[in-house]
Design a protein around this ligand. Structure first.
Ligand SMILES: *[C@@H]1O[C@H](CO)[C@@H](O)[C@H](O)[C@H]1NC(C)=O
Ligand SMILES: *[C@@H]1O[C@H](CO)[C@@H](O)[C@H](O)[C@H]1NC(C)=O
Ligand SMILES: *[C@@H]1O[C@H](CO)[C@@H](O)[C@H](O)[C@H]1NC(C)=O
Length: 244
């Protein structure tokens, strides 16, 4: 069982929410809609619709799609990202679910973001490429406490910091890895770190280091934890969780 908390950095308390739930592959973790609406059947709607179609085709082969369509002020910008270990077909299913869900959850919003365990989809009427988006942060954790939190937290930070360094310089901006916990030969820590590929190497590193720094707020001594933003994500568990 995992817990989920979402915070908006601008209104931390009023927006904080806590859910206890079990997630299926195609259940969204969270979505966020901008307040500004576009006119149904207007030029922005057309551009957005085409952009979603474009991302749906572009993202699955490499796990990432980025694009802009139309002319200002009706230009739509978007990205789709799948978790680095997810197959093209699972990526496609996740993006399909995400674009249909966001269409019904944020029907007329000029901007929106939706998070799934296996993918992330975002669009906006503002050009956002390359900028670190941590307006929303999602925290999930395993409710189980570890028996030796101080050492465990250090090891978690060590593994994820190493993965952040690797992910930031890799073409796919994704890294996964494991670390022996050292109590005996059987306990290992597994982790991943990933950025949206529009970020520069340095912004990727900044984004990941930032959310690693948030771990004490959600996941202190917890046997598993995840943080998601609009630009990067980390996860650790005491069991293997990425697709081989
Ligand atoms: C945008 O649309 C939503 C629902 O359709 C509505 O609740 C909201 O007030 C609208 N926002 C503005 C700024 O008009
Ligand atoms: C984990 O520890 C916290 C804080 O000490 C406690 O409130 C919580 O009930 C514990 N959770 C479990 C599953 O034992
Ligand atoms: C390894 O260590 C863990 C945590 O201390 C313990 O739960 C597990 O039983 C140990 N396994 C073996 C084979 O000793």
């Amino acid at each position: 069982m995992s817990s989920l908390r979402v915070t908006s950095t601008t209104c931390l308390l009023s927006f904080a929410l806590l859910l206890q739930t079990v997630f299926g592959v195609t259940d969204p973790l969270f979505h966020s809609c901008s307040n500004e609406n576009f006119t149904a059947n207007g030029p922005y709607a057309t551009n957005l619709n085409k952009l979603m179609g474009y991302l749906y085709h572009q993202a699955p082969p490499t796990g990432f799609g980025l694009g802009s369509l139309g002319q200002d002020p009706n230009k739509a910008h978007g990205l789709a990202l799948c978790r680095g270990d997810v197959s093209s077909s699972d990526c496609k299913s996740c993006i399909t679910a995400a674009s249909s869900q966001i269409h019904s959850s944020c029907p007329n919003s000029k901007g929106a973001e939706i998070w799934y365990d296996e993918c992330f989809l975002k669009y906006s009427d503002e050009q956002f490429f390359g900028q670190i988006d941590n307006r929303k942060k999602l925290f999930m954790w395993n409710v189980k406490n570890v028996s030796n939190p101080v050492t465990f937290n250090q090891k978690t930070k060590e593994l994820l910091s190493q993965l952040a360094k690797e992910a930031s310089v890799k073409p796919k901006m994704y890294a996964e890895g494991e670390l022996e916990l050292g109590y005996n030969n059987t306990m290992k820590l597994y982790g991943l770190a990933q950025c949206t590929r529009d970020l520069s190497h340095s912004n990727c590193k900044i984004c990941l280091d930032g959310i690693i720094g948030d771990l004490p707020n959600c996941c202190d001594g917890k046997g598993g934890g995840r943080v998601f933003t609009g630009s990067c994500t980390i996860r650790y568990e005491i069991y293997p969780f990425v697709s081989a």
